[in-house]
Design a protein around this ligand. Structure first.
Ligand code: ATP
Ligand code: MG
Length: 148
């Protein structure tokens, strides 16, 4: 059934912010045409929870996180962007492997499973995930999913 994406994203962002001790502002940029599209809310929630919690976890206090949502050609495109620590080029191709963590995580804890499961779920769904990153500048994950 059609999903009220705007409310859905706003609630998800609130959940992330409640658990975020560094109080990162999260900017939602949702294209009007995206509201009430047919999309599986379970997979969407799983993807966004993981990408947004990474974005706040790997960013300095108060730096802004961006969530963009676009819809076109029967696809939904999600972009989660942060101004955090970035990912070294040499780590990037192993990033989606289970238990793999980049070499620059320092004291930030994690198990290295989130992205592996996100990538599998996205691909099972017929979608794609890509990462762009600049070390010390920030990271952007883009997910494209076919709409049902
Ligand atoms: P968890 O399984 O609890 O999510 P995790 O965050 O370490 O642990 P993933 O979410 O799978 O694991 O991410 C894998 C690795 O990718 C991270 O350990 C980190 O090195 C890197 N990474 C992921 N997202 C970002 C980001 N937004 N900025 C910088 N590095 C990131
Ligand atoms: Mg994670």
């Amino acid at each position: 059934s059609p999903l009220d994406l705007k409310s859905f994203c706003q609630e998800l962002i609130e959940d992330i912010q409640v658990a975020d001790r560094y109080q990162h502002p999260i900017l939602l940029d949702l294209q009007e045409a995206c509201n009430f599209v047919e999309v599986d809310s379970k997979i969407l929630r799983y993807i966004l929870e993981n990408l947004l919690s990474n974005a706040v976890k790997y960013s300095p206090e108060n730096s802004e996180v961006y969530l963009g949502v676009r819809c076109q050609d029967c696809q939904i495109c999600l972009q989660v962007k942060d101004a955090g620590i970035g990912i070294p080029l040499s780590d990037r191709q192993r990033l989606f492997e289970s238990f793999y963590r980049a070499t620059n995580v320092g004291t930030i804890t994690g198990t290295g499973l989130g992205l592996a499961i996100v990538k599998r779920s996205v691909e099972l769904y017929g979608g794609q995930i890509e990462v762009q990153s600049e070390l010390g500048e920030g990271t952007s994950f883009t997910v494209v999913l076919p709409l049902s």
